[in-house]
Design a protein around this ligand. Structure first.
Ligand SMILES: Cc1cc2nc3c(=O)[nH]c(=O)nc-3n(C[C@H](O)[C@H](O)[C@H](O)COP(=O)(O)OP(=O)(O)OC[C@H]3O[C@@H](n4cnc5c(N)ncnc54)[C@H](O)[C@@H]3O)c2cc1C
Length: 365
């Protein structure tokens, strides 16, 4: 729980508060690549938290990452995505030549990787092994950062082997970037087709056929990240709403004196309290070595539902001004909506969670 943090964790939390106040918030309203933020983050050690020790990182625990991510998000600052360095993702623990050619340059910021999982039902990404190459055909329809990526960690269904993660350079002959687009949260994506693209079999991560567990590991980390950001942003939204409710309305009475307003406000707090409790419990379970696939799903589904509901309630209580383009709640509303689809649609995750218990006897309450 956030109340039971050690002295070291509390120190980390204070550093995150200072970083948000002195480095991130002063950049509100500016646009840029975030390089200065990344440098400042490197100087105090946040940047390295997501990176393995073998590659100069500090490989922070799930709880440490949760503390920093939640605290930064609680300031609703800009440039949040520039704070942490790229993690190894599905390349974690890969052997040679993948480590030298992709993992190390990516961790150093010399190459950019993206993640290709989602595909149109009618054009799945298929591969067959032909000697020492994999021949890949099909499409990926929603690759975040794909237009700037040097390579895509791509889920490919291999003939006779099943799903495998394959590293595909975006400049491989037969790979075409067919579309660039932006989603309502402001993030940028690309769609790709693969037309008999020939990729060395040494670019298969791990054993052919173990693609799904690898992709799952990356997704589990990202689900906790999303949940921590949701909880932090909910704290910010509640602070914003609390200040608004202390102001007098047209009649001169404080806005927060109305019973109907208090009921909505109480729901915001109840939902945030529950999500925050879940988040810290799950981070501790992860650090204790438990398999948190099901609990990570529970956190992500609950926290993304929670933040959508909390921001929506805040907009309702603040009124029309909150929907004026440029208002922080309007921007937040667009941003948080994406998270009920990104990294797994909520209903699909619910089905996975049910399957975890009913078919595999996994998961705790
Ligand atoms: C901001 C953002 C970033 C993203 N980044 C990436 C990325 O980097 N890489 C990547 O690969 N993908 C990415 N995605 C895509 C995202 O993972 C998918 O949109 C999501 O998994 C849903 O898949 P879909 O869009 O194909 O919709 P579908 O799978 O068609 O699902 C649509 C809806 O249909 C229903 N549904 C579908 N299947 C079932 C089922 N089995 N049971 C019950 N209901 C079901 C659910 O209501 C679901 O919400 C991103 C999405 C967003 C919004």
């Amino acid at each position: 729980m956030p109340e039971q943090l050690s002295k070291a964790h509390l120190k980390l939390k204070d550093s995150a508060t200072r970083f948000a106040e002195t480095v991130l918030l002063p950049r509100a309203g500016t646009t840029g690549e975030g390089r200065e933020v990344a440098n400042a983050s490197q100087a105090i050690g946040f940047h390295q938290m997501t990176q393995p020790k073998a590659h100069g990182g500090s490989a922070a625990s799930a709880l440490e990452l949760t503390v920093v991510r939640e605290e930064l998000a609680a300031h609703n600052p800009p440039y949040l995505e520039s704070v942490f360095g790229p993690g190894p993702g599905v390349l974690a623990g890969c052997g040679e030549p993948l480590a030298s050619e992709y993992l190390v340059p990516m961790l150093r910021g010399e190459k950019r990787g993206a993640f290709g999982f989602t595909e149109p039902d009618e054009h799945p990404t298929l591969g067959r092994i032909d000697g020492d190459v994999v021949v890949v055909t099909g499409c990926k329809s929603y690759v975040t950062g794909g237009a700037d990526a040097d390579f895509i960690n791509t889920m490919v269904r291999l003939d006779d082997h099943g799903p495998a993660m394959v590293v595909i350079d975006t400049d491989t002959p037969g790979v075409t970037l067919t579309e660039r687009f932006e989603s309502l949260d402001g993030s940028h994506h690309a769609a790709f087709t693969f037309d008999e693209a020939r990729v060395p079999t040494s670019n298969i991560i791990g054993k052919p056929g173990d693609g799904l567990p690898r992709a799952m590991r990356q997704i589990v980390d990202t689900r906790l990240l999303i949940a921590a950001q949701c909880v932090g942003l909910a704290r910010w939204t509640i602070d914003f709403t609390t200040q608004h409710l202390a102001q007098p309305d047209r009649t001169g009475e404080p806005r927060g004196d109305k019973e109907g307003v208090r009921l909505r406000y109480a729901d915001m707090r109840i939902q945030t309290y529950a999500a925050r409790s879940m988040l810290y419990r799950t981070a501790r379970l992860a650090d204790a070595g438990d398999n948190i696939v099901n609990e990570g799903i529970a956190c992500k589904v609950f926290a993304t539902d929670m933040i959508t509901s909390v921001v929506d309630a805040a907009i309702q209580l603040v009124g029309g001004n909150a929907l004026v383009v440029g208002h922080p709640l309007e921007a937040l509303y667009r941003r948080v909506r994406a998270w009920r689809l990104a990294e797994g649609a909520s209903d699909v995750l619910r089905l996975n969670l049910a399957r975890g218990k009913l078919d595999l006897d996994k998961g705790i309450l």
